[in-house]
Write a protein that binds this ligand. Structure first.
Ligand code: F6R
Length: 601
C-alpha cells in the first residue's frame, strides 16, 4: 500500500522475484470502488507492456509471478485471482482445493481458472457474502486450507487494508513511511524498505498504512521482531555479463574466499567456526544430511569428507524421500540440511522431522533470514551473496567450503586429525579461491567444446570418489539449462548398465583429478574408448600425461592436493553447461519449467 500509484513499485519488486517463477505474472490494484486486474502469460516483460498501454492508478495493490503447479501457464491461471470483493496472490499449494471447489461450486461459485489458488478467493468471498468483515472472513478461511501458502488479500472498498497469511511458504512485512508492503522475501522489498518483519509459520497479519497487527494461528495477537535487512545493499544486477549465471560463476573466487574466511583462521591455519556448536562431535554417532538437487550433491561430496577426515558415518538422502521414509534417527545425533534459498519445502520438512526426533540441527544456507535458517539450532551461512541464476553455481561451491571446514572441525574434535593434519587441510582450503580463479582460465577452451556438446542428444558424466557426486552435478547443470539429456554415474557403475548406451554419438565427460582412484577411472575410460565413445577428460597436468586414452578434448585444471578437488572441478562443469546452453540459445537464467526457490512439494 503506497502513497501514490503502486503499479510501478509492484513491477519493480516482481522483477526482483522473477527468478523464482516466470511463466505468467499479474497485478491487481484498487481503483475507486472496484478491483482492477492486469495479467499476462509468460515473462514479466509481457505484463509490463500491458501496463504501459493501460496503466492502473490504484494506491494499493498486489502482484505475483507464477511457477505453475495446478493449471497451465495461461493468462486465466495467472494470479491475482479475484472474485467480486477480494483479490489474492498465493505461493504454495492448497492440497484440499478439489473438495473446497466442489463445495463452493455447489453453493453457486463460478470458477474461471484451473488453479488451486482460486478456491481461496471464493472461500473468503463466501464469508464476505455472509456479512463477515474482511479480517473475520480471512480468519474463518485459513483453518480450512490444507497445504502450504503465503497469501496476500486485497479487498474491494477497503483502500487502507492488506491482509497476509503464511503457512509453509515465507512472507515478510516491509515497513515504509506512510506505506506498508508484503513480500515473499526481503529482496523483493529491498528497493522500498529495509525494515522487515518476518511472519512465523501460522501467522497472519492485518495491515493498514499506519498499523500492523500480527496474529498467531489461534487468533491471538503476537509480537514479531522488526529487523534491518541487508538485502537493500545487495546488487541484483548482471553488471557486464550476459547472464546472471556467468556473473555468478565468475564471482566464485570472491564468494568462496569470503565464505572460507568466515570459517578459517587463516594465519593460525586452524578451522575457526563462527559459533560454538551446542554438541560435541565425539557424542555424534551418525550424521544425517538432507537437501535437494544441487545442494544434495554438495551433501554427497561432504559425506566422503566426514567419513574420511572425521571417521563419522554419514547418511545422505534427498529431502523429498527422507521426509516420508520414517528414517530411524538417534536422539542426540546430528542432522545437517543444505539449502541455498533456505525455503525449499522438502528440505524444511526434513529439518522439522529431524528436530522432532531430538537431533541437533545445523543448516547450511545462503539466505540467513530464511525459514530453514530460523528454524535450525545452528546456522552455518554460505556467504555467496544473492544467487539469481536459477542454476545454482556459487552457492554450491560455497556449500562445499562450509562442509569442508565443518568436516575438518569434526575430525579435529574427534581426535582423528592432528594439529599438523588440520593445518595442512586448512592450507589446502586457503588455496581454493586462487585455484578457482585459475580454473576459470579454461573458459575459452570450454566455449569451443560447447559447440560439439550442443550437437549431442545425450551426454554421460563419470567420476569416482568425490568426483562421482560432481558427475551427478555436472549432468544436472547441463540438462537443466541446455535441455540436453545427461546422466551422471559413478565411473565404476558404467559396466553395470549405462555402458550399453555408448556409441560415437555420445560424449562422455570424465572428471578425474590425479588422485588415488585415478587409475581406476582410466580403466573405465578405456572401456568407453573401446566402444567408440568420445571422451572429454577434465583432469590436471599429471592426469593428462598419465591418461593413456585418446580424448576428444582434455581440459587441464590447476594442480592441487586431492582432498577438496570438487570445489575447483565444479567450475569446469558449470562452464560447460553454461556455454552449451548459450550455443543452444536457451533461456540460461530462467530455464523452462523451473523456479529458483521450490516452496512446494
Ligand atoms: C540446480 C538447482 C536446484 C537446487 C534445489 C535446491 O541448479 O539449483 O537443484 O539446488 O532446488 O534448492 P535450495 O538449495 O534453495 O534448497
Amino acid at each position: 500500500m503506497g502513497r501514490g500509484p503502486v503499479a510501478g513499485q509492484l513491477i519493480a519488486s516482481l522483477k526482483r522475484l522473477e527468478y523464482r517463477g516466470y511463466d505468467s505474472a499479474g497485478v491487481a490494484t484498487l481503483e475507486g470502488l472496484h478491483i482492477e486486474r492486469r495479467r499476462a502469460e509468460g515473462k514479466l516483460r509481457n505484463l509490463e507492456e500491458r501496463l504501459r498501454d493501460y496503466p492502473p492508478s490504484g494506491h494499493s495493490g498486489i502482484g505475483h509471478t507464477r511457477w505453475a503447479t495446478h493449471g497451465k501457464p495461461t493468462e486465466s491461471n495467472a494470479h491475482p485471482h479475484a472474485t467480486e470483493n477480494v483479490a489474492i496472490v498465493h505461493n504454495g499449494i492448497i492440497e484440499n482445493f478439489r473438495e473446497l471447489r466442489a463445495e463452493l461450486e455447489r453453493n453457486g461459485a463460478h470458477f474461471s481458472s484451473e488453479t488451486d489458488t482460486e478456491v481461496v478467493a471464493h472461500l473468503v468471498e463466501s464469508y464476505l457474502k455472509n456479512g463477515y468483515s474482511p479480517q473475520d472472513a480471512v480468519q474463518a478461511s485459513l483453518p480450512r486450507l490444507r497445504g502450504a501458502f503465503a497469501l496476500a488479500f486485497l479487498f474491494k472498498g477497503h483502500e487502507d487494508l492488506l491482509i497476509g497469511a503464511r503457512k509453509g511458504s515465507p512472507l515478510a512485512i516491509g515497513h515504509g513511511t506512510g506505506e506498508v508492503y508484503l513480500g515473499s522475501d526481503a529482496i523483493a522489498l529491498a528497493p522500498l524498505t529495509d525494515a522487515i518483519t518476518y511472519l512465523e509459520d501460522g501467522d497472519w497479519a492485518v495491515l493498514t498504512r499506519t498499523i500492523c497487527m500480527i496474529y498467531g494461528a489461534d487468533g491471538t495477537v503476537v509480537h514479531r521482531e522488526t529487523s534491518k535487512s541487508g538485502a537493500s545493499s545487495l546488487l541484483v544486477d548482471k553488471v557486464n555479463y550476459r547472464h546472471f549465471m556467468a556473473k555468478e560463476i565468475h564471482e566464485q573466487p570472491t564468494a568462496v574466499g569470503q565464505t572460507l574466511a568466515h570459517y578459517l583462521d587463516m594465519s593460525a591455519e586452524r578451522v575457526a567456526l563462527p559459533l560454538t556448536l551446542p554438541f560435541d562431535f565425539n557424542f555424534i554417532q551418525r550424521i544425517s544430511i538432507t537437501a535437494c538437487g544441487t545442494a544434495s550433491y554438495a551433501g554427497y561430496i561432504a559425506k566422503y569428507w566426514f567419513e574420511r577426515l572425521a571417521r563419522l558415518p554419514v547418511e545422505i538422502d534427498v529431502a523429498s524421500e527422507f521426509r516420508y521414509r520414517e528414517a530411524p534417527l538417534r536422539h542426540g545425533d546430528l542432522a545437517i540440511v543444505i539449502s541455498q534459498s533456505g525455503e525449499t519445502a522438502d528440505t524444511l520438512a526434513a529439518l522439522r522431522y529431524a528436530k522432532s526426533q531430538g537431533l541437533h540441527t545445523i543448516s547450511v544456507v545462503n539466505v540467513s533470514t530464511s525459514t530453514i535458517a530460523r528454524e535450525s539450532e545452528s546456522v552455518l551461512p554460505t556467504l555467496a551473496g544473492p544467487e539469481i541464476g536459477v542454476a545454482s553455481t556459487k552457492a554450491f561451491v560455497c556449500q562445499l567450503a562450509v562442509m569442508a571446514a565443518l568436516a575438518v572441525a569434526a575430525g579435529k574434535e574427534r581426535g582423528k586429525l592432528s594439529e599438523f593434519d588440520e593445518s595442512e587441510l586448512v592450507r589446502e582450503l586457503i588455496e581454493v579461491p586462487r585455484l578457482i580463479a585459475a580454473a576459470l582460465l579454461v573458459e575459452p577452451q570450454i566455449e569451443k567444446l560447447a559447440r560439439d556438446i550442443a550437437k549431442a542428444s545425450d551426454v554421460l558424466y563419470l567420476g569416482r570418489g568425490t568426483s562421482a557426486p560432481l558427475a551427478l552435478e555436472g549432468a544436472l547443470k547441463l540438462k537443466e539449462i541446455s535441455y540436453i539429456h545427461s546422466e551422471g554415474y559413478a565411473a565404476g557403475e558404467l559396466k553395470h548398465g549405462p555402458i550399453a548406451l555408448i556409441d560415437e554419438t555420445m560424449p562422455v565427460v570424465v572428471i578425474a583429478p590425479y588422485d588415488d582412484v585415478f587409475e581406476k577411472t582410466v580403466s573405465n575410460m578405456q572401456e568407453v574408448a573401446a566402444r567408440g565413445g568420445s571422451i572429454i577428460l577434465i583432469t590436471d597436468a599429471r592426469g593428462a600425461s598419465e591418461a593413456t586414452v585418446d580424448t576428444l578434448m582434455t581440459i587441464v585444471l590447476p594442480n592441487m592436493a586431492a582432498s577438496f578437488t570438487p570445489m575447483v572441478y565444479a567450475i569446469a562443469v558449470q562452464l560447460l553447461a553454461y556455454h552449451t546452453a548459450v550455443v543452444m540459445g536457451t533461456d540460461v537464467d530462467q530455464p523452462r519449467n523451473l523456479a529458483k526457490s521450490v516452496t512446494v512439494e
